[in-house]
Design a protein around this ligand. Structure first.
Ligand code: SF4
Length: 299
């Protein structure tokens, strides 16, 4: 949950997740839709899909026991080098290095690394340095200390060098200029058009085949063939970020023509119990919550 997401946002989700799925067996028994529903609002839903798939693998291939070796860990869905090493060190106190945003910044400054840390050479330099520093004794405490040092002392904009316990080892001449990163690709603008179709007390939704695979969204609608003068006005617009995109979500009231595969009617009262990604959930809440009477009147 903490990949790409802050601790404060994660905590209530973490507690609720453990209440619903206290162990791998419970998660393996649940459907993917239940896992996605518990994850709803956290974003990056592949994490939930991977965790659910991992629970099934632990239950079936590892007889319910979580694997301990780095090689086996890296075979689990969504587990790369960092996650495998983090699990190995924090769960099993194994002497392996971990490199993430905080330790990357800290080590790039300690080494005065003047190459991009997101290049192959930069990543190798950081992993090599971190491996050399990792002690055989109490590696989990050492790795925790590095994470805390990066998160609390060696801050991105205002490193607290005056109180830093490793200052005498630090080679950084201009810490604020580090770490160096490759230029990011610019933000891309996207417009996504979706239909709002209601029938009595039901809303038509479609199972997302792509970005939000397994979750329910307002059905996409193609209006590109219409002349600009005959384009309908959206009844809801909002902008949300997605990776390096800024997505303009536009929702249009539509009449039902035919229901094809993947689409389904949901009674309004059932909408809370199915997984819906946050941007579409907000649109539905706004359109149904604030405007139920006019939705019916204009249907
Ligand atoms: S001395 Fe400053 S730049 Fe160096 S590790 Fe400590 S906080 Fe970071």
């Amino acid at each position: 949950m903490l990949q790409q997401t802050q601790v404060g946002i994660v905590l209530p989700y973490y507690k609720d997740w453990l209440r619903r799925f206290p162990n791998f067996a419970a998660l393996a028994r649940a459907s993917e839709a239940e896992a996605l529903h518990a994850w709803q609002g956290l974003g990056y839903y592949n994490r939930a899909r991977n965790l659910h798939a991992t629970a099934k693998i632990v239950a079936t291939r590892h007889c319910g026991h979580f694997p301990k070796s780095i090689e086996q860990l890296q075979q689990l869905p969504g587990v790369g080098k960092y996650t495998a090493h983090a699990i190995a060190t924090f769960a099993f106190d194994r002497p392996v290095a971990i490199i993430e945003a905080n330790t990357s910044r800290l080590l790039s400054r300690l080494l005065d690394l003047r190459i991009p840390i997101d290049s192959t050479a930069g990543r190798n330099a950081l992993w090599n340095a971190a491996s050399t520093l990792t002690p055989k004794k109490a590696p989990a405490a050492h790795n925790s200390a590095l994470l805390d040092l990066g998160a609390l002392v060696c801050l991105p904009r205002q490193p607290k060098c005056g109180v830093c316990p490793v200052k005498k080892f630090c080679r950084a001449k201009n810490p604020k200029s580090l770490p160096i990163k490759r230029p990011r690709p610019g933000t891309k603008q996207l417009v996504e058009k979706h239909a709002f179709v209601v029938e009595h007390d039901k809303l038509l939704l479609e199972k997302s085949p792509a970005r939000w695979r397994g979750m329910w969204i307002l059905p996409p609608v193609k209006l590109d063939r219409l002349k600009p003068s005959s384009l309908p006005h959206p009844i809801y617009t909002a902008v949300f970020p997605f990776t390096n995109h800024r997505v303009a979500l536009k929702v249009f009231r539509q009449r039902l023509r035919k229901i094809d595969n993947g689409k389904c009617w949901f009674p309004f009262r059932k909408l809370d119990s199915i997984p819906i990604p946050s941007p579409h959930r907000r649109a539905i809440d706004a359109l149904l919550g604030l405007n139920v009477s006019s939705v019916h009147a204009q249907r």
